[in-house]
Design a protein around this ligand. Structure first.
Ligand code: THU
Length: 133
């Protein structure tokens, strides 16, 4: 399990962040069960509500390549004094593709990653199944 590589992918992705409004440059990466890593950054918009978080960019990159089972996630913000975990909306989106024991690493500018799990960030998840309805 290459968590260092995953964290570095999140750090690298933050370089491409488009965040002229918040100046909060975030990168994220997901580690797929086959060992592949996909990354993304936040993409802001002058219509603020259209902003896409780094986590959801990374998820979209993976899904677009046919990968949909993530065993770990890393988030890095190069402008924060404190570690930055996924926002509520991203927790919901990540929960679609991560099991409760998936590791979530998150860091501020010091690159000192804290670790938690998907289950801790998003407990009592509703695993409702809409198939066939
Ligand atoms: N942001 C992320 O990309 N991921 C997070 O986990 C926290 C917030 C972005 C959204 C927005 O572009 C900026 O950071 C400020 O909230």
């Amino acid at each position: 399990m290459d968590f260092i590589k995953l964290q570095q992918a999140a750090i690298d992705a933050a370089f491409f962040s488009y965040a002229p409004y918040s100046c909060f440059h975030v990168g994220a990466a997901v580690l797929c069960e086959d060992g592949s890593i996909f990354s993304g950054c936040n993409v802001e918009n002058r219509s603020y509500g259209l902003t896409i978080c780094a986590e959801r960019s990374a998820v979209s990159a993976a899904i677009g390549c046919g990968k949909k089972d993530f065993i770990a996630v890393a988030v890095f913000c190069r402008d924060s004094e404190y570690p930055v975990p996924p926002c509520g909306a991203c927790r919901q989106v990540l929960s679609e593709f991560c099991s409760a024991d998936a590791s979530v690493f998150y860091s501020g500018k010091d690159r000192n990653f804290s670790i938690t799990s998907m289950g801790e960030l998003y407990p009592a998840d509703s695993l409702h199944d809409l198939k066939g309805k």
